[in-house]
Structure formats: structure tokens, C-alpha cells
Design a protein around this ligand. Sequence first.
Ligand SMILES: Nc1ncnc2c1ncn2[C@@H]1O[C@H](COP(=O)(O)OP(=O)(O)OP(=O)(O)O)[C@@H](O)[C@H]1O
Ligand SMILES: [Mg+2]
Length: 234
Amino acid sequence: MLKLTNVNTKIGGFHAIHDVSLEIKQGEFVALLGGNGAGKTTLFRTIAGILNPISGTIEFKGKEIHRKPAHKIVALGLSLCPEGRQLFPQLPVYKNLLLGAYHRKDKKGINETLEEVYELFPILKERRKQLAGTFSGGEQQMLAIARALMSKPDLLLLDEPSMGLAPQLVDSIAEVISNLNKKGMTIFLSEQNAQIALMITQRGYVLENGHLVLEGSSRDLLNNEKVKKAYLGT
Ligand SMILES: Nc1ncnc2c1ncn2[C@@H]1O[C@H](COP(=O)(O)OP(=O)(O)OP(=O)(O)O)[C@@H](O)[C@H]1O
Ligand SMILES: [Mg+2]
């Protein structure tokens, strides 16, 4: 479904992504692990078309997308739930959600997706008129994921959804994401929290200083000495 071949990205003159090649198949749930500044966000922004790679190719569903603008990539079925949520705090919940469907024109379809999203996150329906900025951190993360789903993506990129959340909330977000994958959604999840990411994903990649340095099944990575030392604190 997604294939990167020797992707390099510069940001503000800094060479942040080096020769990254990876592949994600339909239905998979894959982790991207890496510490602060490893390049996770830069890689996701490159895939989503917010940044252009300086070289390499990115294919999504068999089409080259690395020269396409972000809105075209969303329309093809690839949605990024960005780091730090990036909601519109002064807008009510439902308007934030509708912004996730901004490229869609089928009003009926949008309303159907909205109902599906409300079913997944009942709290968003109950509080659809509440301003997003008044939501708690966990609620804002749910809203950010829900907004990303409004485009009806085939592939969902989630950039550090656990960031800044209490352990209990991290667990409930993890459950929501796992359920999305069980229902068939392909998910690429970036996390510094390797423990939680490797518990819920099938396999993973480790990014260090913009280089992919390890890949394997999540079970193998959980037991990998290097991963244990660097990312699991054991
Ligand atoms: N606008 C910029 N100008 C220069 N360097 C940048 C810019 N944005 C990011 N970088 C650098 O690129 C590298 C990768 O940053 P990135 O945000 O992708 O890392 P990350 O893995 O997402 O980290 P975190 O887990 O802290 O979110 C870092 O060294 C960062 O300082
Ligand atoms: Mg980041």
C-alpha cells in the first residue's frame, strides 16, 4: 500500500531523513520508533506531502505521490493525524471534524462518516458543540484521530498520539487505534513510547538520526537488546 525507496528530506537546510526505504502492506499495523529528533515527524510530513523529499520515491496504492501536494494525497486516501493534535481550539468539535473532510464534496457521504466517527467516539457526539480548546488532552487526541478519519483514509499515519497523556489515557487511545486496525484500517504509528507501540503493532521500524537502523516483528523488537536499552529503559 505504501512504499518508500531511498527517501531523503531536508528541512531548514538540515538533512533530517537519510535514504529511508520501507513498505507497508494493506491491513498492517506498523510502528515507527525513535527518540526526540530522530526524524519521525519529518518522515510523516514527507509521506503526507507537507514536505518534499530531495530524492527518492514514495508510492501509495501503486501511484507515485512524492511530487503531489498534501490535499491530493489526502484525497487518494492517506491521512495524517499530526503531532500535537493541531486542532482549531476556537471552533466547536463538529467543525473541527468537518475540516477533516474539507476535500470531500459528497454532503451525504460526509454526514455518514460523521455518524460513524460519532459511533466510535460517543463523547464527541455528546459534546459536538463544545469548543475544541476546552477539551482535555485525551479528548483532544480522540478528536484529532476522529478528524483524520473524516477523510475516510485507507492508510492512517498517527504521529505520537500518546504524547503528554496520562498512562490510563494512553491505554484507551491504544485500544481505539487497535480496534481501527482490527476493522481493517492500515496504520503507521510513530511513538517514542516503544512499550505501548510494540504491544499493539505487528512489526516496527527504528529511526535514529534520520536513518532506519532496525526493523522486525514487534515481538522481536520488544526482546531486542538495543531496543530494550534505548527505548524501553530496561
Ligand atoms: N524547521 C527546521 N529547521 C531545522 N531543523 C529542523 C526543523 N524541523 C526539524 N528539524 C530537525 O530535524 C530533526 C528531526 O526532527 P523531527 O521533528 O522529525 O523528529 P521527531 O522524531 O519527530 O522528534 P520528536 O519525538 O521530538 O517529535 C531534528 O534534529 C530537528 O531538530
Ligand atoms: Mg515528532
